[in-house]
Design a protein around this ligand. Sequence first.
Ligand code: PRP
Ligand code: URA
Length: 206
Amino acid sequence: MLKVLDHPLITHKLAIMRDKDTSTKDFRQNLDEIAGLMAYEISRDFPTKKIEVETPMGPCTTKALSKDIVLVPILRAGLGMVSGILDLVPTAKVAHIGLYRDEETLEPHEYFAKYPKNMEDAVVMIVDPMLATGGSANAAITMVKKQGARNIRLVCLVGVPEGVRAVEDMHPDVDIYLAALDDKLNEVGYIVPGLGDAGDRIFGTK
Ligand code: PRP
Ligand code: URA
């Protein structure tokens, strides 16, 4: 399933991020805010369990989250989405997957992986601003599946149809959430119109 979260606040903030003159500080801040807004939408169907609490007025039957939530940022750029989601889900655990795209072949290369326990039973949210060819997302999904993860959501800011199709073909069980579905990839694998190199813009490395 693909869901494009075209909420006015998300689109407004994404427009700021797309602007080539936006500073590193504002790029980072808007990414953080969009990640939180996306998490709010995506968490609507998080599993809950019935609990009893004692309010100052007496007993209350209510609900609490029933599963661990695990965020999995794909390094580097996915790191820019973590704190905005942790603001909303402060009990979430954070795995890390390090992948970089070879600039010539566009193939992803793994350089780091660290997971919490109990991936089997958790709601796993893989986060990365860009879904271009889909190679990095597919590799990350394969990696978390090897850890036993079954309930997996892929959360990206900007994607293109090629990348969405690649993930749907390889992992049809994974729900994909985007803030925007852009037109296409250019000849060197960048999203057009996109927002440029997300990692470089977040960390000020270009
Ligand atoms: C970018 C982006 C994704 C990947 C998307 O990362 O953050 O991880 O490219 O491209 P794909 O869908 O074609 O795989 P990059 O490899 O540039 O690494 P970085 O985050 O360290 O800059
Ligand atoms: N990675 C990025 O950071 N930007 C793109 O447009 C494509 C891949």
